[in-house]
Structure formats: structure tokens, C-alpha cells
Design a protein around this ligand. Structure first.
Ligand code: ADP
Ligand code: ZN
Ligand code: ZN
Length: 633
């Protein structure tokens, strides 16, 4: 039966295979072998999941086997049959207290409810600032789906999978909720998979890979913080859980509900064009204030901390309140910025910032390969340029301790969050009042609601804004808004201080007013001019090898092959090859080629085949491809 696993002979070994379809005669001339044995009596993969796998295989140009391996959780794939005790049974709390919805929440619930009760499919964007009551809307819609006998899937960023979020769902829906997080064992995952397949578990909350959970009678898929990058799988097989969810919702007749305070421009534009319903929550029902945002011009100042930020931190300490200090640091890109006027060199072709390579003393665009010598003096103001690298959290921590000797500082970065519970422990200690200041990278912005946090300081908005990626401004706006959302929710109000060397950047026209629409309009204008998403689509090819020579040669060959296949296609542009932003990763040199244009399934397949054929198997270079890449690094 399709969806069952079988043991098949493969050379001299035996391997597990998946039955994907049955046919009476072999396709063309092939020699058939006997199946050794059946592993499952009942299909492990339902028909709709097989549909999904086929779609993923076509869209992302991966083999069906590879996709199926990604779909099935580790505990389920393992040898043998499904086993394990039932973890949960469908117990629902009978008395639920709902707050009275405000008008906008009601409109949102009604719109979703109408589709749910009609049994149709539709997608919506629920756009509202942190604290505007989005989760309340999710809960209400899920409740309605359950009442109609349907099930619900909630996807949230991995880092948000903390008890604070999930307990709210548990309180509403009791033990019928399963939470899938990275700390589960294979057996626990397999038990959830089983409970879901049987229909005992009807609400699942999880991160990216939970999009494959085989819920029956799926009524609604909620994707909270839909702008978050963690919905994209960056390893092979590359896929985006948002696109997968979209396919599922359409194929299974469910509602898809994206929620965000700062939606990705792709989702936002789709809503503006009417391809998704647009639902807006414009205020906070409990405490209606948004924090004030001050932009501090750091040009011609010394030191990491401005007087304004230090003063604010001090008064925070005096009032026994808490502060979050964000060090916006991404990757290892270094760039050249004029310390006097803030100018940054950008690529004349791609508009992304040029990366400084100190070894060769060159500025380089890692999209198209444009190269130049760093200017001796700033082309705009004539002052001397300065190489800037992201500051380390450890150094900033030391500085902070020196400047504010009385403050208790907790540092949160990749070093301090090692281990599966690392970031949870730190967040719990901070919310427990063990520290006055939480200092860290992006992670701190995604934490939760801390009533005592009245100040968010951003050391430098520039490392994010100058990141060599066309989404740099969008990501920065999202991150800074999210950071701002950490404060101002308590009665004490909140304040945000952002330090920058480029206060003239258009982002700062809109950030202080919490004006997402204004920012989006400005950003979309630029995207349109340059043909970047959401106005054009991308495929990223990466050619890597342990030898830099082989990587370069391989990339040249791939680029030539790709140019040839794309020649007939108007509006298709091939950028590169250029060294990837992370030029060397795990011992391999990396080159990349970016293809811009609207390719269909068949064209993408042709493109990938051509690229793979250009570096033959015996070559020491390897090609990877990423459809709709989110990180071009
Ligand atoms: P979001 O998910 O957008 O951050 P929440 O749904 O968590 O917002 O709502 C923020 C706070 O406001 C929560 O404490 C929630 O219980 C409360 N809340 C939400 N909607 C209402 C409402 N209509 N009336 C009163 N309180 C509400
Ligand atoms: Zn200058
Ligand atoms: Zn370029």
C-alpha cells in the first residue's frame, strides 16, 4: 500500500524503501527485483503527506527519498514498527474563560471562522504589534476548529518554544495539546506521531519540522512570528515550512493564518495584493502604549556606550527595573564605514554592502563578484574610512561591568547558551530577577514578556543594516521592532535607545513611529528597482570544495552551464560566481551563483541538472541548490 515501508535488496545490502505508488507494469525497460519484506501493515505516511512530499520534491528539486527522510521524525524512521505508550488522550478542560474580544479581534476571528465553517481554504495575515492580542485570536480560531471536529497545527520559532508560550495553549486545550521541541527523545516524538495519526492529539505546537505532523482533518495552521528565519531549513533538503504549510492548507482544505508584528515583505505584499486576507490589530488591549524610541547619532563620538544609554541604564538600576542590551551582530562580515559621515560602500550592481577582505585589502560583492580597492578617503565627505567589525559580546560585557560596577549582568550568546536548555536557563534566571541587565545577540530580542524591563538598548544598529544581504534593512527593522516589543508592556512603560552611525537611513524615519507600513513602502520601492523578492524569485547555487582552486573552477563551469540554460528565458539574470560571504565553512571553500527570475518547476529542474552535470561526480567540487533562499551567506 502506498505510504508503507518495505525492505528491499540494494546491491549486496538491504535497505528501507517507501512505497509511493502501485502500478501494474514497470515503467519502461527496467529489471525488477523482489521486495524482501513489508515493514508496516498500515501506511506510515498518509496520502496527503505523500502529496506533500511529491510537491516538495518538485518545488525544491530534491529526490523523493530525501524529502521523505526529512518528513519522518527520527523516532519513527528507526528500525521496527511504531511502538511506545500513548502519551496523551484527548482531555479538554470544560470551563474556559475568554476575555471579551475587541472589535478588530472579532473581525479577525469572524473572517477565519467563516472559512472554517464552510470547510474551504484561505490564508490570512494577522498583523499586529506584540501584545495586540494575536495569540488570543489564534486560541479562539483553534477552539472553533476543534468544535468543528478539526485539528490544529501551530508553528512557532524554535526559540519561542518555551513554557511561557505553550502553557497558554495547554490551559485552553488541556492534554489534547502536544508540544514538539528539540529536547524530546525519539520515542517521545514517535509517540506523538502515533497519537496524532490516530486522532487522539488534535493540537500540535512545534517548530519548523512539525509542519509534517500528520494531523487528521486539519482545520487550521497558525504560523506565529512568520517573519522568523527559523522556518527555513538551511540544510539539505532545503525547504521553507511556510511554503509547505501553504501547500498543506490548500491540499487539505484548511485555513492558514500567518501572524506577525513585522511581517516578511513577501507575506505583506501577498496580503496587499489580496492573495491573502489582511487582518490588522492596531492597538494593545491591555496597556495601550508603545515604547518611545530614541535614535542616537554615534558619529564622531568615542566608546561603545553613549551618554544617553549609560544614563538610562543607571536610572533603570536605581528604580530596580531591568534592561536588555542588544548587540546586533550577524556572521563575520566586516565592512568599511566612514566614521565621520557614516557612509558605507555598496555594490553598484546589487546595492548590498561590500565586504572588506583584509588579506587582499579588497572590497568585494559576494552576489556578483564586483571588486574594488578600498578608497583612501571617504568619497562623500573626504574623511578617512575605517574598517569595522562586529563587536564581541564578551568585550561589551566587560565594558558594561567597568562602567556600571554595581550592575548584575547576564550574557546570552552562542557561547553561554550551549546545550539544549541553555537559552531557557538564562531567560528564566533573568525573569526571576537574578540580573539587572540581559546582554546578548539577536536571541534576547525574541525572549518574552518581562514586566520589569523598561529599557532596551541597541549598541549598534549598523552591523545588521550593513550586512551584505538585500534583506538587511528588513531584518533590522524586524529585529529592532521585536526588541522594542520587549518593553512597555508593564505599567512602568518603556524606552528604546538605538545607537547608529547612519541616522539618516530610511529605517530610522519609521522605526520611532512604529510605522511598519511606512518602512515597507520605502523598502519595497528599492526591491522593485532591483528585482529582488517579492518582485522576483531567486535560486542560490553554492559550489564548494576543500581546494579553493577547484571551487573556483567548478563555479565557473556551473555558471557557464547555468547561463546557457537560462539564455532562452527573458528577465532571468545570473549573478556571480562570487565568493560566498562565509568563504570557508567546515574546511570547504565556497563560491556562489545567484539566479534571479521566475522559473517554473521544469525550468528549475533543468537548471539544477545543468549545474550538477557541470561538476561531474569525480570532480572534487560539490554543488548545492537552495530554492527561495533566505540567507545568502
Ligand atoms: P500577542 O500575541 O499579539 O503578543 P496576546 O494575545 O498575548 O498578544 O495579548 C497580550 C495580552 O493581552 C495578554 O495578556 C492577553 O491575555 C491580553 N488580551 C488579549 N486580548 C484581550 C482582550 N480582548 N481583552 C483583554 N485582554 C486581552
Ligand atoms: Zn564620510
Ligand atoms: Zn554586486
Amino acid at each position: 500500500m502506498p505510504g508503507c515501508r518495505v525492505l528491499v535488496p540494494f546491491g549486496r545490502r538491504r535497505m528501507t524503501g517507501y512505497v509511493v505508488s502501485l502500478r501494474r507494469s514497470p515503467p519502461g525497460k527496467v529489471r525488477l527485483k523482489q521486495i524482501v519484506s513489508l515493514i508496516d501493515d498500515e501506511p506510515l505516511i498518509s496520502g496527503v503527506l505523500l502529496d506533500l512530499a511529491r510537491w516538495m520534491s518538485r518545488y525544491y528539486v530534491h529526490s523523493l527519498g530525501e524529502v521523505l527522510r526529512a518528513i519522518l521524525p527520527a523516532g519513527v524512521k528507526g528500525a521496527g514498527r511504531l511502538s511506545g505508550e500513548d502519551e496523551t488522550a484527548g482531555i479538554f478542560p470544560d470551563e474556559i474563560e475568554y476575555p471579551e474580544l475587541n472589535a478588530e479581534q472579532r473581525t479577525a476571528c469572524d473572517a477565519v471562522g467563516k472559512v472554517l465553517s464552510s470547510g474551504g481554504t484561505a490564508s490570512f495575515l494577522l498583523h499586529g504589534v506584540t501584545g495586540s492580542g494575536k495569540t488570543e485570536v489564534y486560541l479562539r480560531c483553534i477552539d472553533q476548529a476543534l468544535k468543528l471536529g478539526r485539528s490544529a497545527l501551530v508553528l512557532i520559532p524554535e526559540i519561542a518554544l518555551i513554557p511561557q508560550t505553550t502553557s497558554r495553549f495547554r490551559r485552553r486545550f488541556g492534554d489534547g495539546v502536544a508540544v514538539i521541541h528539540s529536547r524530546l527523545t525519539g520515542a517521545q516524538r514517535s509517540s506523538i506521531w502515533k497519537g496524532v495519526s490516530r486522532g487522539d492529539i488534535r493540537v500540535v505546537i512545534g517548530a519548523r519540522s512539525s509542519v509534517f505532523v500528520p494531523l487528521r482533518d486539519l482545520g487550521i495552521i497558525v504560523i506565529d512570528e512568520e517573519q522568523d528565519g527559523s522556518f527555513k531549513q538551511e540544510e539539505k533538503p532545503h525547504y521553507n515550512a511556510k511554503a509547505v504549510a501553504e501547500f498543506r492548507a490548500r491540499n487539505e482544505g484548511a485555513v492558514l493564518l500567518f501572524g506577525s508584528a513585522t511581517p516578511s515583505l513577501e507575506t505583506y505584499v501577498a496580503a496587499q495584493k489580496g492573495e491573502r486576507g489582511y487582518l490588522r490589530l492596531s492597538s494593545r488591549p491591555v496597556i495601550g502604549t508603545m515604547p518611545g524610541v530614541d535614535i542616537i547619532d554615534m558619529r564622531e563620538r568615542r566608546g561603545t556606550f553613549s551618554v544617553e544609554l549609560l544614563d538610562a541604564l543607571e536610572s533603570c538600576l536605581e528604580n530596580r527595573e531591568q534592561a536588555i542590551v542588544l548587540l546586533n551582530r550577524r556572521g563575520h562580515a566586516s565592512f568599511i564605514q566612514c566614521r565621520k559621515c557614516g557612509l558605507i560602500e555598496r555594490c553598484p550592481n546589487c546595492a548590498i554592502s561590500l565586504t572588506y577582505h583584509s588579506r587582499e585589502n579588497r572590497l568585494l560583492c559576494h552576489y556578483c563578484g564586483f571588486e574594488e580597492e578600498p578608497p583612501g578617503a571617504c568619497p562623500s565627505c573626504g574623511s578617512y574610512g575605517l574598517v569595522r567589525k562586529g563587536l564581541g559580546t564578551q568585550r561589551v560585557e566587560m565594558e558594561l561591568r567597568n562602567l556600571l560596577p554595581g550592575a548584575r549582568v547576564l550574557r546570552m550568546d552562542l557561547d553561554t547558551t550551549a546545550g539544549k536548555r541553555g537559552h531557557l536557563d538564562i531567560l528564566e534566571r533573568f525573569s526571576g530577577g537574578e540580573a539587572d541587565i540581559l546582554l546578548g545577540t539577536q536571541m534576547v530580542a525574541k525572549g518574552h514578556h518581562y514586566p520589569l524591563v523598561t529599557l532596551v538598548g541597541v549598541i549598534s544598529a549598523d552591523t545588521g543594516l550593513n550586512f551584505p544581504d538585500f534583506r538587511a534593512a528588513e531584518r533590522s527593522f524586524q529585529l529592532l521592532s521585536q526588541a522594542a516589543g520587549r518593553t512597555g508592556r508593564g505599567e512602568r512603560g518603556g524606552r528604546v535607545i538605538v545607537q547608529t552611525y547612519i541616522p539618516g537611513h530610511y529605517l530610522f524615519d519609521h522605526l520611532p513611529k512604529h510605522d511598519y507600513d511606512g518602512f515597507a513602502a520605502a523598502e519595497l520601492k528599492l526591491r522593485k528597482e532591483l528585482g529582488y523578492p517579492p518582485f522576483g524569485r531567486l535560486v542560490l547555487l553554492t559550489v564548494s570544495s576543500t581546494s579553493s582552486g577547484d571551487a573556483c573552477t567548478g563555479a565557473e563551469q556551473v555558471a557557464a552551464a547555468v547561463v546557457k540554460t537560462c539564455r532562452s528565458k527573458r528577465d532571468c539574470r545570473v549573478l556571480g560566481p562570487a565568493p560566498a560571504m562565509i568563504e570557508k565553512l567546515r574546511g570547504r571553500y565556497r563560491m556562489q551563483i545567484l539566479i534571479r527570475g521566475d522559473l517554473d518547476d521544469a525550468e528549475r529542474k533543468k537548471l539544477v541538472s545543468a549545474a550538477r552535470a557541470a561538476v561531474p561526480g569525480r570532480s572534487r567540487a560539490e554543488v548545492r541548490w537552495d530554492v527561495d533562499p533566505l540567507n545568502i551567506s
